[in-house]
Design a protein. Structure first.
Length: 205
């Protein structure tokens, strides 16, 4: 994925406010052997890019003054109630140095799993993203979790995952729960049941 940025000479709160009024978002790029650089980006292009899952877990090609650098999105701040990106941070990427990043988990075949299809159970996703380490070239956009054989009472743990080649989990116990299947207890109400109950008219006093 490619993103275009421009060097930013303006500094300070007032300058950043003027940039946002002009449709730009202030940011910074750091890391590697070069000094940190203040940058600015087109707000609308950045806002729409942030809505794409791959933008958060991919090596990006950032073009600055006609030169392209490999970077990784590290942080961004949104306005408290407006759809406005206040600031964004990128880290330079060295092709020969491992990176630590969170990647999303994609759960497959949930509706056709024995737990759901045969037992009418529910599947709980204990986590939706995983901390990994790998070289930039091996970075996956996401990791797939196949639930096709998951039955009620069973669970998938980190040790059960087959991670892509060159990718390892970071700071996580091998027994960490990823997903589990269960059935509602006989006396439990589903969200739909509760909603239907709340809509029933009350008896007149």
């Amino acid at each position: 994925m490619k993103i275009v940025a421009f060097p930013r000479a303006e500094q300070g709160t007032g300058a950043s406010r003027r940039l946002r009024t002009a449709g730009m978002t202030p940011g910074i790029i750091y890391g590697g052997t070069s000094e940190p650089m203040a940058i600015k980006l087109d707000h609308n292009a950045l806002f729409h890019a942030l809505r794409r899952e791959a933008f958060h877990a991919s090596i990006l090609d950032m073009e600055i003054d006609g030169k392209t650098e490999k970077v990784l999105l590290r942080d961004y701040q949104m306005h408290a109630y407006k759809q406005l990106v206040m600031h964004v941070d990128f880290q330079r990427v060295d092709a020969n140095q491992p990176i630590h990043v969170k990647v999303p988990l994609h759960f497959l075949n949930e509706e056709t799993s024995p737990a759901v299809k045969q037992s009418g159970g529910i599947i709980h996703h204990a986590i939706t993203e995983l901390n990994i380490s790998c070289l930039p070239a091996a970075l996956p956009e996401f990791i797939e979790i196949d639930l096709a054989k998951l039955d009620v009472g069973q669970a998938i743990h980190l040790s059960d995952l087959k991670l892509p080649k060159g990718v390892s989990a970071v700071g996580n116990d091998a027994g960490m729960l990823i997903a589990s299947a269960s059935v509602l207890s006989a006396g439990a109400e589903t969200d739909d049941d509760k909603a239907a109950s709340s809509e029933k008219p009350k008896a007149s006093e």
